[in-house]
Write a protein that binds this ligand. Structure first.
Ligand SMILES: Cc1cc2nc3c(=O)[nH]c(=O)nc-3n(C[C@H](O)[C@H](O)[C@H](O)COP(=O)(O)OP(=O)(O)OC[C@H]3O[C@@H](n4cnc5c(N)ncnc54)[C@H](O)[C@@H]3O)c2cc1C
Length: 292
């Protein structure tokens, strides 16, 4: 483990000041389930950890008619433990439920999963499908960044020096809507996704009024499938439409072959998972019981 300093931020402005004064080797500490491992293995040069966990702004979870706001230090177990979040944002709950295991979920946050910017991060496709945005604070003031535009390369994001995520915001789901998330991993738990996928659909009668689709682990960043989702709108979500979307998603994926899977396997899995999340999201939109 490299020697590093720890500072607990007393306010949002204090966190910005600590990060600015700490320069490039200062890092936010949320749950620590990525950053402490990275410091211990010297994968990143880190000289200062700025703990944001005690700030009121990053510790709240609020869900209501206006949507959902999850503070950047809210651990995953609070996300899936909230009955309203479970009912209205099932894609997020499905992802949060399998990140690491129970011990990891007691510490790890959605903000950390996003800021770490892993191409295989499990919650990011769910957040994209749910139309999420990251509320960010920094020396230049506050701004909101769509989650779909947050990651720029493996481990890199649009965050500017001394900026940090305060909370994640999601719009209220439409009345006849549903969402779903799935991943493929070789083991049942504690593994990195070979592919993950998320969908959100809103129906008007039998016709798709709104759709969002996203993938993970098939490109250098999580991928918003904007065109594939747009092609679903205005048509019934029947098997033909789902198969078309699955085929188009597999074509849009840009996977590599690595120790966890080959390019061909990832493309095939992309089609399978997109089909599954669309069927599941559509069933939820129709009010059918779906086993998670
Ligand atoms: C055993 C184990 C299993 C895991 N399994 C999974 C898995 O199944 N799926 C998965 O996706 N991940 C997994 N992870 C990775 C990790 O748990 C997640 O990425 C987690 O969500 C990170 O959140 P955190 O709060 O712990 O982040 P931290 O470790 O605190 O931070 C991660 C990075 O984000 C930065 N950061 C944190 N919060 C903010 C913020 N608010 N603003 C700006 N920057 C910030 C930190 O500086 C650091 O660079 C696993 C990790 C372990 C150790």
């Amino acid at each position: 483990m490299q020697a590093l300093k720890y500072a607990r931020a007393a306010s949002v402005d204090d966190a910005i000041r600590l990060l600015r004064d700490g320069g490039e080797t200062a890092r936010v500490l949320a749950g620590g389930t990525d950053v402490i491992v990275q410091a211990r293995e010297r994968r990143r040069e880190i000289h200062l950890l700025v703990d944001i966990k005690r700030l009121a702004e990053v510790s709240a979870l609020a869900v209501g008619d206006a949507g959902l706001e999850i503070g950047a230090a809210v651990p995953l177990y609070r996300v899936y433990g909230d009955a309203d979040v479970r009912r209205r944002y099932p894609a997020l709950v499905e992802a949060a439920h399998v990140i690491g295991g129970t011990a990891i979920q007691g510490r790890a946050t959605l903000g950390g999963n996003l800021a770490n910017a892993s191409p295989a991060a499990d919650s990011i496709p769910a957040m994209i499908a749910l139309g999420g945005g990251a509320r960010v604070a920094g020396p230049g003031g506050a701004r909101e960044i769509p989650v779909a535009e947050f990651c720029t390369a493996p481990g890199r994001s649009v965050l500017q020096p001394a900026e940090f995520i305060v909370s994640l915001r999601f719009p209220a789901p439409a009345p006849r809507s549903g969402s779903a998330w799935e991943r493929f991993i070789p083991r049942n738990e504690m593994d990195i996704a070979v592919v993950n996928a998320a969908a959100y659909v809103a129906l008007d009668g039998d016709v798709v009024a709104e759709a969002r689709l996203a993938l993970g682990a098939v490109a250098p960043t999580p991928l918003a499938l904007t065109d594939v989702a747009a092609a679903l709108v205005g048509r019934p979500l029947d098997e033909a439409a789902i198969e078309n979307a699955a085929t188009a998603a597999a074509a849009a994926a840009r996977p590599i072959s690595d120790m966890r899977g080959t390019e061909a396997q990832r493309r095939r899995l992309t089609g399978v998972l997109v089909g599954r999340v669309l069927r599941k999201a559509a069933a939820r939109a129709r009010g059918e019981e779906v086993v998670a």
